[in-house]
Design a protein. Structure first.
Length: 331
């Protein structure tokens, strides 16, 4: 047997798309405002100004290599390299461009395409400076662990080069030089992408809601199915006069009778009560004749009512050559 795929709720999908769209728009707008506001120059700023959430710019001239490789893995197998974390100098220049002795270290997250530029400032003295814009983020525990391990190895290599054995104080001093932060590089392409994608998600959500609403309105539109009708109390059935249809109030109950006058016709009577049981078509109150046609009477003959009163749960179906209506006698 073929499996039936359950159809998803379009409103739920629209809400999910809408949430994604709003989040992306928020991030895009925030990045736009941050990059177009006053940027902190990390080349010449004081170390006390470096805080998470601050948008920055700067010209980086010296680095210490990559300490993290950002990769994409599948089933615990590395499939590609996405970027790196490099350790670089900041707060190392004065306003006049002269070198400052109190430089600090900070990580910077870059894409793979920028690797060559940051590798150059980490290995060559005459490398081209790298201008960056971005935002400062706090290191996660994992990133901080990688950074501490890298600094420890750097101190070991430095001590080996100069021929001495590093102490715990040497490791502590070196780690204190590094901020527990990193710079996330961002530029105009980042917020443009977020704004466009957010708008697409939000537009898709609006379209789904409109389609779902229109479909719901179409399904719930009032319409009478074929073969059904209503009694309006005037002798008309669905707006057309039907002599064999009567209805009368009876203490909250109602009775409907349907009759056909064709040859070989049959007459059926249905009684419905508030309790849900089926009763006789016998009326307990005086019938109200609502149609004044001089040739037809909407009420059954007295003999028909007496015949049905003896069996309150019987639905009668009989073939008769006579009509279910009685002809009024001239007064």
């Amino acid at each position: 047997m073929a499996r039936t795929r359950k159809k998803g709720n379009p409103i739920v999908s629209a809400v999910v798309f809408g949430i994604f769209g709003i989040v992306l728009l928020f991030l895009g707008i925030r990045t736009f405002i941050g990059l177009h506001g006053k940027l902190l120059n990390v080349t010449t700023c004081d170390e006390s100004e470096v805080k998470p959430g601050v948008y920055v710019e700067g010209t980086l001239t010296y680095g210490y290599g990559a300490y993290i490789e950002k990769t994409t893995t599948y089933n615990h197998v590395v499939t590609k390299t996405d970027g790196y974390y490099y350790l670089v100098d900041i707060c190392d220049k004065n306003e006049d461009g002269s070198k400052r002795d109190t430089s600090k270290w900070i990580g910077i997250s870059i894409s793979k395409s920028d690797d060559a530029k940051f590798d150059a400032i980490s290995s060559a003295d005459d490398a081209e400076p790298v201008y960056i814009t971005g935002v400062i983020r706090k290191n996660s525990d994992k990133v901080q662990g990688f950074l501490d391990d890298y600094i420890t190895k750097y101190v070991d290599a430095y001590a080996q080069y100069y021929g001495y054995t590093p102490t715990s104080e040497d490791y502590a001093t070196a780690k204190a030089e590094a901020f527990p932060y990193y710079i996330e590089m961002v530029d105009s392409s980042d917020y443009i992408f977020k704004l466009v994608l957010g708008a697409v998600f939000l537009l898709a959500a609006v379209i789904m809601i409109l389609k779902a609403t229109r479909s719901k309105n179409t399904i719930s539109a009032s319409a009478q199915p074929a073969g059904t009708g209503y009694y309006d109390g005037t002798g008309d059935f669905n707006g057309v006069y039907t002599p064999g249809s009567t209805g009368s109030p009876n203490n909250g109950n109602y009775t409907q009778q349907y009759g056909s006058t064709d040859s070989g016709s049959y007459t059926q009577q249905y009684g419905t009560t508030n309790s849900g049981s089926y009763g006789t078509a016998e009326q307990t109150q005086a019938p109200q004749t609502s149609y004044s046609d001089p040739f037809y009477s909407q009420q059954p003959a007295a003999s028909e009512q007496d015949a049905h009163a003896s069996n309150p749960y019987t639905t009668t179906s009989s073939t008769t050559s006579s009509s279910s209506f009685s002809l009024k006698k001239d007064e």
